[in-house]
Design a binder for this molecule. Structure first.
Ligand SMILES: [Zn+2]
Length: 99
């Protein structure tokens, strides 16, 4: 779970997912109210996780799965992605340049 770099308190899974899903660069800590930013490495990891359900679509075509199985698989992958996203969230006090 992410830890606030200002007050050192951990963010809960629910808080983290809520902040991640707003896709804003800055996230306010619920404990101290200080603005935190997502670190670049964490941003890269999370984009990969988000891409996972999309990347698997060609494979489902290759295996000739039925539309229902594909949908089920995609929903499962999206749920897994949502579940693990906060685990890879790392916070910094200053905004890091993307590149
Ligand atoms: Zn804090």
């Amino acid at each position: 779970m992410p830890t606030c770099q200002n007050c050192g308190k951990k963010w809960s899974w629910f808080d983290s997912i809520k902040k991640l899903l707003t896709f804003r660069k800055s996230m306010k800590c619920n404990h101290c109210g200080k603005i935190q930013y997502q670190s670049v490495s964490s941003r890269n990891t999370i984009s990969l996780i988000v891409l996972l359900p999309i990347i698997t679509i060609p494979f489902t075509v290759m295996f000739d799965l039925s539309l229902f199985s594909v949908l089920l698989l995609e929903i499962a992958l999206i749920l897994v992605a949502l579940f693990v996203m906060p685990l890879f969230l790392k916070l910094t006090n200053n905004e890091e340049p993307l590149w």
